[in-house]
Structures are given as C-alpha cells and as structure tokens.
Design a protein around this ligand. Structure first.
Ligand code: FES
Length: 138
C-alpha cells in the first residue's frame, strides 16, 4: 500500500474518534458537571453558626444560619458546588441567596436556580437538631 493510500484510509476512523472524544470532553451551557454529594455530619451549635448569616462548609455542603433560634427552619444546607461547572458558591446575606462567583448563577436558600447559566438546582440536605447538636445528612 502506498503511503498516500494508507494515510487516506486512516482519515475517516481518526475523524470519527476525534468527534467522539471532543463531544465527551466538551461542556454545554447549563449542564451539570458537579458530582452529586452525600453527607452525614454534625455541627455543635454551641460554638458554631451563632449569628444570622454565618456559614460553615463541610463535606461538600454549605450550611447557613438564616434566622435566630436552634430550629431546623433557622438553617439551610445545600451542596457547595455550583451545578454549572462546580465552583464553590457563596452565601449572600444581603440578598438571602447563594451566588456563584464564576459565572454569576444564583440560587435560593433551598437551592433552586434563580439565575443561570446553571440549569439545575443545588442538592438540599436534611437538618435535624437535638439540643445543641445539628445533624446534616442526605
Ligand atoms: S460555575 Fe458557572 S455559574 Fe457557577
């Protein structure tokens, strides 16, 4: 087989392989590349999350005190990784929302997307409180 014919015969398979590879490696806007997390941990409310607006990030979860009192409704816990490309979100107390510093997606305190490009909600975790011990799991 001549060199030219040999290289010509490689063209179609290589092009097909590159197309598959590029599709697998590309990211589309609004899709989730963040790995869903599961977590189960406790927080001592006697020494943590004492003021409204304070946050803790642990095991891939951001926990926020939204109101006074040690009731589950006084807190929220959502996955810290933005569902767009996985950047860690921040809690914005003034706006009572989460904001991703990478491309500006925003999420409500229960993790619902309120502004893209993120296309899916943050996972919200269960909160139970026993005395001064908060359990976050999900
Ligand atoms: S990583 Fe793009 S908006 Fe969060």
């Amino acid at each position: 087989m001549e060199r030219r014919a040999f290289l010509g015969s490689l063209g179609a398979p290589i092009l097909a392989a590159c197309t598959v590879c590029m599709a697998a490696c590309s990211k589309s806007s609004g899709s989730s590349s963040a790995t869903p997390v599961s977590a189960d941990f406790t927080i001592d409310l006697g020494t943590n999350l004492l003021t409204v607006g304070s946050t803790i990030v642990q095991s891939g979860v951001i926990v926020v005190r939204l109101a006074a009192g040690n009731l589950p409704a006084s807190f929220t816990a959502v996955a810290v990784a933005c569902t767009h490309e996985g950047t860690s979100i921040n809690y914005n107390a003034a706006g009572n929302k989460f904001i991703c510093p990478n491309h500006g997606s925003t999420f409500s305190t229960n993790g619902t997307v309120t502004l893209g490009p993120a296309g899916s909600s943050l996972k919200q975790f269960n909160i139970t409180i026993n005395g001064a011990s908060m359990r976050v799991n999900g």
